[in-house]
Ligand binder design. Structure first.
Ligand SMILES: Nc1nc2c([nH]c(=O)n2[C@H]2C[C@H](O)[C@@H](COP(=O)(O)OP(=O)(O)OP(=O)(O)O)O2)c(=O)[nH]1
Length: 338
């Protein structure tokens, strides 16, 4: 069989969670079946260039933000393909079938694997199981630690952050004993409920039996204690705090909905600790299908490069809690994510 055909494939994500599919021309390889738009990577072209060119040629759109997702190789009887699958998060223009191909925006649950080439099955499966559809929007995760605020200021600061648009909070309070933690969690839950925001507790999953929050953030050590045990079907949001590839793999094996990966940049909370840096962060994100939020030393001006590197969102601690004006800090992060 001839060499592997490298293909740039764009999973174009609409704001409402639907994806764009188009029908392959009857005469093409795998003709008549639906596909994710894209095409062969030309010699000398990067994946990014090929994706931009194909989507401009086929749909008339300009890709503004895309990230590599994963590679799917497949051997058809007559051809071997390596689909380089990218998520397209942002584009300019209204997609239209410039080559006469029909287009449809479908919810992942509406994608019928039988109507797609066989190589697409894992993509469809990944889309249908994509936990990121469960993640709160905007993807700004506030790690709320009362130790970061002056006495009496913690709950008012959270209130300000929620009023400014935070929809996702983790209560992390290592300095409190369990009773004090649970009492605080009950107070925070009243605030998050009032703002229709999600609250995740940091600790053992059994905490949810005490306070009906929306999920659990597992530390790296709790994750390790799971020893690859699958979390099983769960209704809440489960996050894992990861620092390297082994922890990300454990998080993926455990079936969490998202992972925090830190520290990306130097941070005052862990002075002198080794940092991943942007390139390592991007490389790790490419090696997992779990949505990864960037944490550590972020500022709003770093957000675009992190999202381009494949981050599913960002997590912030001191950048909001210790800001002179937490509401303004939230607004700056949200503007950078928009
Ligand atoms: N674009 C795309 N190609 C796919 C998908 N699934 C799948 O197996 N393929 C295969 C079919 C083809 O063998 C190959 C893509 O080649 P293509 O024919 O679309 O490439 P192209 O647009 O550059 O076409 P051409 O200029 O050579 O006619 O990858 C998919 O979802 N999208």
């Amino acid at each position: 069989m001839s060499s592997v055909v490298q293909v740039a494939v764009g999973v174009i994500l609409g704001a409402d969670g639907r994806v764009l599919v188009s029908r392959r021309h009857q005469d093409a390889h795998q003709g008549g079946l639906w596909e994710f738009p894209g095409g062969k990577i030309e010699p000398g072209e990067s994946l990014e260039q090929a994706l931009a060119r194909e989507l401009a040629e086929e749909l008339g759109i300009e890709v503004l933000a895309a990230s590599f997702w994963f590679t799917q190789t497949f051997a058809y009887p007559d051809k071997q393909v390596a689909l380089q699958i990218c998520k397209v998060h942002q584009f300019r223009g209204e997609p239209c079938g410039l080559e006469g191909q029909p287009l449809r925006w479908l919810h992942p649950d509406e994608l019928d694997p039988q109507s797609f080439p066989a190589a697409n099955r894992p993509i469809i499966e990944a889309l249908q199981n994509m936990p990121s559809t469960k993640l709160p929007s905007p993807p700004l995760y506030l790690i709320a630690d009362p130790a970061r605020c002056p006495a009496g200021c913690f709950l008012p600061t959270l209130e300000q952050a929620l009023s400014a648009g935070v929809r996702w909070i983790q209560l992390r309070a290592k300095a409190l004993d369990q009773a004090a933690y649970l009492a605080l969690a009950r107070e925070v839950l009243v605030l998050t409920r009032a703002h229709e925001a999600k609250l995740l507790l940091n600790g053992a999953p059994t905490l949810l039996e005490e306070v009906p929050a929306d999920g659990i953030q597992l530390s790296a050590s709790r994750l390790a204690a799971l020893q690859g045990k699958v979390l099983g079907p769960h209704t809440g949001l489960w996050g894992a705090s990861c620092h390297d590839l082994a922890e990300l793999q454990a998080a993926e094996a455990a079936g969490v909905d998202f992972a925090l990966l830190s520290p990306v940049y130097p941070t005052a909370s862990h002075p002198g600790a080794p940092t991943l840096g942007l390139d390592r962060f991007a490389a790790l994100v490419r090696q997992t299908r779990v949505p990864v939020l960037a944490l550590g030393g972020l500022s709003p001006d770093r957000v675009p490069e992190l999202m381009k590197a494949g981050a599913a969102g960002i997590a912030v601690l001191g950048g909001i809690l210790e800001a002179d004006d937490p509401g303004q800090a939230v607004a700056a992060y949200l503007a950078a994510l928009a």
